[in-house]
Design a protein around this ligand. Structure first.
Ligand SMILES: Nc1ncnc2c1ncn2[C@@H]1O[C@H](COP(=O)(O)OP(=O)(O)OP(=O)(O)O)[C@@H](O)[C@H]1O
Ligand SMILES: [Mg+2]
Length: 424
C-alpha cells in the first residue's frame, strides 16, 4: 500500500493531506479540532535554542514575553537570493533549514496518524514565486531541499491553483465538464488558473493539456495588512516625524525605508541592525515627534510587531463581514484605537486591487477564452473572503458563476488528489 503526503506549505498557514488506497484525507496538523487542521507557518527559537512551530511557537513566544526570535511568512523569503541564512542565538540557519523544521513537524504528525514512515510528498507551489525566472527556480530548489532535509525521498510539485481545481473537480458529478477560473488568494500570493475539469476524472494521468493558462502575483493578505499599517498605524511610529541633522537648521524626514520595513511584519527584525538602531537614536535626539520615535524604538527592541499585526489582521477580517471596525492595540504607553471602514479599506488598497484585477484579465486573455466562455469561478484561500475580491469576479463573470468552498483546505486536498499524476 502506497501512502503519499500532500503538504501545502503556506505563507500564513500550512496543511497536510494523506493519499492512501486511492482516497484523500485532510489530517489535523496542529491539534485535533477543526482549527487544528491548519498549522500557522511560524517558528519560535528561545534563548536555549529550543525550536517550536505553529500554535506552540505562539504560546512560547507569548509566555517568554517575546524574548526569543519569532519568524513568520518564511515562504516569502524563498525567492530572495540576498537572504541566504540567518543567525539565531549563535547558530546559523539557511532558509531551507527553517522550512525543513516546519515540514518535518508536519511529517511527524502525519506519520503518527498513519502509523508508518512516509517518504513521498506532493508539495504545493505558487504559480509565481518570483517574476525573475532565476529566482523562481531558486525558490523551488530551496523548497525541494527543505523537503529532503525533512526526510522525504520523493518530492513532486503541483501548482497551488491546479491543486484547488482538482479538489473542485471531485465535487462534480461523473462526466460533468466545466471550464473553471480558479482564484487562490492566500497570505503571500494570489494564484490563478483557467482549467478544464471533469467529474470522475480523478486519476487521469496527465492534466497539462487541461490547464489553459496560469498566472499569479505576490499581492495577497500580507500586502493588505501592510497597507493598513502604512496608512492608519505607521504615524504612531514616526511616519511623519522630522529631525534636524547635527549643526544644521533644516528639518529632514525620517528615512522612508525604515517605515517601509516596519510595514512588512516579517521584516521588522531587520530593523535590529546596529546601524539602524543608532540612526533611530540620533533621530530621537532632535525630532519633532519624540513620542512616536520612542514607540518605534520599543517595537524594534520589544519585538511586539507580531501582536500589532494580529490586531491589524483582525480589523481586516472584521471588514469581510461588516462595514466598520476599529484597530485596537495597547503596549506600554502606546494606545492605538483607529477607526477603519470597509470603503476606506478598499480605497487605501485601490492599487493592490487594481494589480489583482489586471492579472485576472491577463490570465483569462492567455487562456484564449472570453469571460462568457468560463463556466465557473472557484475562489479559495483566506483572502478570497474579502468582499471586494469577490466583486472583481462578479463584475467580470457575473455573480451566479461564483463558487466558494472551504477557503483553507481546497489546495491541500487537491495536492493529495494529485498523487496519481506522479506515481502511477
Ligand atoms: N475573513 C477573512 N477576511 C479577509 N482575509 C482573511 C480572512 N480570513 C483569513 N484571511 C487572510 O487570509 C490569509 C491566509 O490565507 P491562506 O491560509 O489561504 O494563505 P496561505 O496558504 O498561508 O498563503 P499562500 O497561499 O499565499 O502561501 C491571511 O492573510 C489572512 O489574514
Ligand atoms: Mg495557500
Amino acid at each position: 500500500m502506497q501512502i503519499v503526503f500532500g503538504i501545502d506549505f503556506g505563507t500564513t498557514n500550512s496543511a497536510l493531506s494523506v493519499y492512501r488506497n486511492g482516497k484523500v484525507e485532510v489530517v489535523a496538523v496542529d491539534g485535533s479540532d477543526r482549527a487544528g487542521e491548519l498549522m500557522r507557518s511560524v517558528l519560535y527559537f528561545n534563548e536555549e535554542n529550543e525550536i517550536f512551530a505553529g500554535q506552540e511557537a505562539i504560546r512560547q513566544y507569548v509566555g517568554d514575553g517575546a524574548a526569543g526570535r519569532f519568524m513568520q511568512s518564511i515562504k516569502t523569503f524563498l525567492p530572495n537570493t540576498s537572504f541566504e541564512s540567518t543567525e539565531i542565538f549563535g547558530k546559523r540557519y539557511t532558509i531551507d533549514d527553517l522550512v525543513a523544521i516546519i515540514l518535518k513537524k508536519i511529517k511527524v504528525r502525519g506519520e503518527a496518524h498513519v502509523g508508518c514512515p512516509v517518504e513521498s510528498v506532493v508539495l504545493g507551489r505558487p504559480v509565481v514565486f518570483s517574476t525573475d525566472a532565476g529566482k523562481d527556480a531558486v525558490a523551488e530548489k530551496r523548497l525541494e531541499k527543505a523537503a529532503r532535509k525533512a526526510g522525504f525521498k520523493n518530492v513532486w510539485f503541483q501548482y497551488e491553483p491546479v491543486a484547488a481545481a482538482l479538489a473542485f473537480e471531485e465535487t462534480l458529478q461523473k462526466g460533468q465538464e466545466r471550464i473553471v477560473f480558479i482564484g487562490d488568494f492566500g497570505g503571500g500570493t494570489s494564484d490563478f488558473s483557467v482549467i478544464r475539469v471533469k467529474g470522475g476524472d480523478f486519476a487521469r494521468s496527465d492534466r497539462r493539456s487541461d490547464v489553459l493558462s496560469l498566472g499569479g502575483l505576490y499581492v495577497a493578505g500580507d500586502k493588505f495588512d501592510s497597507q493598513i499599517m502604512w496608512d492608519k498605524v505607521a504615524h504612531h511610529f514616526g511616519r511623519y516625524a522630522r529631525y534636524t541633522t547635527m549643526g544644521k537648521d533644516d528639518w529632514v524626514s525620517i528615512p522612508k525605508s525604515i517605515i517601509y520595513t516596519l510595514c512588512q511584519w516579517h521584516r521588522i527584525p531587520l530593523l535590529r541592525a546596529r546601524k539602524t538602531r543608532e540612526l533611530i537614536r540620533v533621530i530621537k535626539g532632535s525630532t519633532d515627534d519624540r513620542r512616536a520615535i520612542g514607540h518605534l524604538e520599543n517595537i524594534i527592541n520589544d519585538n511586539f510587531g507580531f501582536f500589532l499585526f494580529q490586531a491589524i489582521e483582525k480589523a481586516k477580517c472584521d471588514l469581510s463581514d461588516r462595514e466598520q471596525t476599529r484597530i485596537r492595540f495597547t503596549e506600554r504607553d502606546l494606545c492605538i484605537n483607529e477607526e477603519l471602514g470597509k470603503s476606506e479599506f478598499e480605497t487605501l488598497n485601490a492599487d493592490n486591487f487594481q494589480q489583482i484585477a489586471s492579472c485576472i484579465d491577463e490570465v483569462v486573455a492567455r487562456s484564449g477564452l472570453l469571460p462568457a466562455q468560463i463556466d465557473t469561478v472557484f475562489l479559495t484561500g483566506g483572502t478570497s473572503r474579502i468582499p471586494h475580491i469577490r466583486e472583481l469576479f462578479a463584475e467580470r463573470f457575473g455573480r451566479d458563476k461564483l463558487e466558494q468552498r472551504d477557503a483553507f483546505t481546497s489546495v491541500v486536498h487537491g495536492l493529495g488528489s494529485s498523487v496519481p499524476l506522479f506515481v502511477c
